[in-house]
Design a protein around this ligand. Structure first.
Ligand code: MN3
Length: 235
């Protein structure tokens, strides 16, 4: 690791951010590979916002493939990548990290986070508690926040993710990453703890929405698990 990156990570760890990052998705070791987490709801539970077939393929094929390919890549990777908890592995993704670990490790982390941020649609689904206060204080209103987040999600060219993160200063920030990169990776310009994430790869919505990413992004608000986002915000 380069000294600059080490110092940055050390500073974040000192602030308690990286140590407290979501880490509930297991670790890889010689005896226990990473595994696909169960969805916290049935494949059809998000319909009509996201249809059952999209969810089944997304989880059982796409996410499974990231897990399988990550485990495969780790078998021949440098020892520093092995036996790491998933968020610790993300913190090792710099410009020298193997692409297979960056892409598939990111894919596993991002989807594990994303599933937990979804729930069956609720009328008048809104953030609450300290996260609601922070959103209103930083973005003016929930509606203004939504508009900015949607705008970011629409501007992702090709495949990637839109994020709401908590920076090391404790501020909320909206941003995007390409492919399966995420804000825990030192290689991205967006740096912080993920609070909310939206997958804007076409595989996340194309069966149902085709080219209408805007409809998918606007409908997303009905199925956000704000309790989970709030828990992420408090890490
Ligand atoms: Mn996806």
């Amino acid at each position: 690791m380069k000294r600059r990156q080490f110092l940055k990570l050390s500073a974040l760890a000192g602030a308690g951010l990286w140590l407290g990052a979501p880490n509930a998705w297991g670790s890889a070791s010689a005896t226990a590979d990473f595994s696909l987490p169960s969805l916290p709801f049935a494949y059809n539970a998000l319909a009509p916002i996201i249809d059952a077939q999209t969810m089944e393929i997304h989880h059982s094929k796409h996410h499974q493939a990231y897990v399988d390919n990550l485990n495969k890549a780790l078998k021949t990777a440098d020892a520093k990548f092995q036996n790491k908890e998933l968020t610790a592995l993300m913190a090792l993704i710099d410009g020298q990290a193997p692409a297979a670990i960056r892409n598939n490790g990111g894919g596993h982390y991002n989807h594990s986070l994303f599933w937990k941020l979804l729930q069956p649609a609720k009328a008048d689904n809104q953030p609450k508690g300290d996260l609601k206060k922070a959103i209103e204080s930083q973005f003016g209103s929930f509606d203004q926040f939504k508009a900015q987040f949607q705008d970011a999600a629409m501007k992702v060219f090709g495949s990637g993710w839109a994020w709401l993160i908590k920076t090391k200063e404790g501020k909320l920030q909206i941003g995007t990453t390409a492919n399966q990169d995420n804000p825990l990776m030192p290689i991205t310009t967006l740096q912080g703890i993920p609070v909310l994430a939206l997958d804007v790869w076409e595989h996340a919505y194309y069966l149902q929405y085709q080219n209408k990413r805007k409809d998918y992004v606007q409908n997303f608000w009905q199925i956000v698990n704000w309790s989970q986002a709030e828990a992420n915000f408090k890490l």
